[in-house]
Design a protein around this ligand. Structure first.
Ligand SMILES: [Zn+2]
Length: 694
């Protein structure tokens, strides 16, 4: 796993870096029910009263959206990602539940015990705060803010949360063959810095509710009412200062903004009052002389904060993070309070996620390649890999053709782009070599201890890479995951077995629907290599300009068109005290570019495939031409419902646009859509002027 990527380029938001996952129920009693099969192409989802040329999303998804309200344990319910995700999780649960009861191998015993410990909520209740006592004692013993490095180092060494910054090893942005130390901002609890610093009625309200939540958590942990209120105010003050010193998500998308190589000595000068040598020794990282400091200004501000805040405020801050990080594995009173704020208030989730779902996901995160190797044996046919190889080759050819015919790009830059395309590597299904978990100790009666040991195990694994050659075969997602990603330092595209299933990929259906599903996903990931961020890296994964100055200027004009277009789309409407929330065109630019490129090149690949088979794009099935089925297959990937709270949160934190705009934004920029549905030029989905990058 890459633990230090600031900006993963996925196909779908898998949960944002700073947001807490939806909370789970402490009751382990719900009986899992088998999920309904997901259909690849769904005529009943279509709203035939809508005009596809006016609002294609409404046409492709309208009936599905109307008939599929958000289940009470979800905040977003998407026809493809959620339904397939639920199916994969159910199949994984069956594997974990069986392994917990009757393990047949050492691996099954390990992940069976991990899952069983998570499910044992009676024991969680009995233990109370006991598992956190060593960390709470260290924090209580803190005498002087200059000992913070010692405290954080010791907490990290034990796998306890050690907030304030993130440290790890990953590839040097300018020399991807090197694995170097990297450090950057962290330490917030709310989903984004805006939650602390934006002056509006909405955020004022959330901040008040957050302080109430902090106060209640401290009260549950034993503080008097006065003390709890004081501690809550301290946490808010420290986190607000950290938020002000943090670089925004949008600015962090710019690689140059997060690349600053410092010698260790110069880095230490940014924070003279925090002795990093103590911290590095505690976490047992190997020797290094220089590192990338992603956010130097943050560390200067951190030093001021260390000087300014009284010791009791720091104690409150670390106690809070200790309680918060384990809240889902603490007694019901903590669990419910955590859910009320982070689940209900912030995201609009009505009910707890059933415990079996949460424990399945937690076990997958901790032991993904252990549970995954057994999962793919059952659920990933070898034929799927062969078909994917063919599809990927077809998409590569289309992107090559697309580059050759780009009207705005010089020949020199086209040659460089083709060279980069030729160097993209493909990883399909699951790793060739599985990670070895034998050194991770799992106890059947210690859910919090398991989490702490996993944190240490993962960090040791990551820090062990320092100075070593890069392992190109490593994966950053577990096999059952319904997602895909492009990695700019590896210059590779990755498709876990979990997404290579209906509705994305279906052996039984016509190619148009498959190209609209998994074909667009493949094209999306490839295009990430050429979006506003990915295009700054060369074929070897190094941050290096390969476009001519004129072409870069033209490229920025093209992407600016998409920034303005998507920035005009509404994420949530105005009402009561809530202002209208628009999408952030810059934050979502890379994903929108990838959606647009993916839709175009998958369509080109479909045309080639049909031509090779002697078929026409105008052939009809179920009353729709192949061209129309392609766009419907694409649109129906994005049918979704989302709570308003979650939609507002996503608009600030998620680089992906919501389903409606992923669909309508991409089709209105691609003339083949308007032609396929016989639209008149000038209608909303077939505009006279549209944006095109690739
Ligand atoms: Zn993406």
């Amino acid at each position: 796993m890459k633990c230090f990527r600031f900006v993963p380029v996925l196909i779908f938001a898998a949960g944002t870096a700073f947001a807490q996952a939806p909370a789970a129920s402490p009751a382990g009693s719900q009986t899992p029910a088998p999920p309904v099969p997901v259909r690849s192409f769904d005529l009943s989802a279509i709203d035939k009263t809508a005009d596809p040329c006016t609002d294609f999303y409404q046409y492709a998804c309208g009936n599905w959206v109307k008939d599929n309200p958000i289940p009470a344990d979800q905040v977003r319910w998407a026809r493809s990602f959620s339904l397939l995700g639920e199916r994969n999780r159910y199949l994984l649960w069956q594997e974990l539940d069986a392994a917990a009861a009757h393990p047949k191998t050492a691996l099954e015993r390990q992940y069976g015990n991990y899952f069983a410990a998570c499910m044992n909520t009676d024991l969680v209740e009995t233990k109370g705060l006991t598992p956190l006592e060593p960390a709470l004692k260290r924090i209580a013993d803190l005498k002087d803010a200059h000992q913070l490095a010692t405290l954080i180092g010791e907490l990290a060494a034990e796998g306890d949360p050690a907030p304030l910054f993130r440290f790890g090893v990953s590839q040097d942005e300018k020399d991807s063959s090197k694995q170097i130390a990297q450090i950057g901002q962290a330490g917030l609890s709310l989903p984004d810095r805006d939650y602390y610093i934006v002056d509006s009625k909405r955020f004022d309200g959330i901040r008040k509710q957050y302080i109430e939540h902090l106060t209640k958590m401290f009260t549950l942990a034993g503080d008097s009412a006065d003390q709890a209120a004081k501690d809550a105010a301290s946490v808010m003050e420290i986190e607000t200062t950290l938020a002000k010193a943090s670089t925004s998500r949008t600015d962090m998308r710019e690689p140059e903004n997060r690349y600053h190589i410092y010698t260790l000595a110069d880095f230490q000068k940014l924070t003279p009052d925090f002795d990093f040598t103590v911290y590095f020794k505690d976490i047992k990282v190997g020797q290094f002389d220089s590192l990338n400091v992603a956010t130097p200004n943050f560390f200067k501000a951190l030093n001021d904060l260390i000087d300014k805040e009284p010791i009791d405020a720091w104690k409150a801050y670390f106690r809070w993070h200790t309680l918060h990080a384990s809240a889902e594995n603490l007694p019901k009173a903590f669990f419910d309070e955590n859910f009320d704020f982070f689940g209900k208030t912030l995201a609009g989730q009505k009910e707890h996620t059933p415990r079996w779902k949460q424990c399945t996901s937690i076990t997958d995160r901790a032991l993904g390649e252990a549970v995954g190797q057994d999962w793919v044996k059952e659920h990933f046919p070898p034929a799927a890999k062969e078909s994917m190889d063919k599809l990927v080759a077809a998409l590569e050819k289309s992107l090559g053709d697309d580059i050759k015919t780009l009207p705005w790009m010089s020949d020199a830059t086209k040659t460089a782009a083709e060279e980069k395309l030729g160097m993209i590597r493909n990883k399909i299904g699951y790793p060739e070599k599985w990670r070895d978990y034998s050194a991770l100790k799992v106890k059947r009666d210690d859910v919090i201890g398991n989490a702490h040991r996993t944190a240490v195990f993962d960090r040791d694994y990551n820090l062990g890479k320092l100075g070593k050659p890069v392992d190109e075969k490593e994966w950053g997602m577990t096999p059952p995951t319904v997602n895909a990603y492009y990695d700019s330092s590896f210059n590779d595209i990755n498709f876990p077995a979990g997404i290579l299933q209906p509705p994305f990929f279906d052996f039984t259906i016509d190619p148009a629907v498959n190209f609209g599903g998994i074909g667009v996903v493949i094209g999306h990931e490839m295009t990430h290599g050429f979006d506003d961020e990915g295009s700054k890296y060369d074929g070897k994964g190094n941050l290096r300009e390969w476009q001519t100055a004129d072409d870069r200027k033209a490229f920025v004009e093209k992407t600016d068109c998409e920034v303005a277009e998507y920035g005009g789309f509404e994420a949530a409407p105005a009402h009561d005290n809530q202002p209208e929330q628009k999408l952030n065109g810059k934050l979502t630019l890379g994903e929108n570019t990838a959606d647009n490129g993916g839709l175009r090149i998958a369509y080109m690949a479909l045309l080639d495939t049909l031509a090779a088979e002697g078929k026409s794009i105008d052939d009809k099935i179920d009353g729709y031409t192949e061209a129309q089925r392609y766009f419907l297959g694409f649109g129906q990937v994005w049918c979704q419902n989302q709570t308003e709270q979650s939609a507002r949160q996503s608009a600030l934190t998620d680089p992906h646009s919501p389903g409606r705009w992923r669909t309508n934004g991409a089709v209105q920029n691609f003339d083949a859509f308007g032609k396929a549905f016989g639209c008149t030029k000038g209608q909303p989905m077939y505009p006279v002027n549209s944006c095109r990058v690739w």
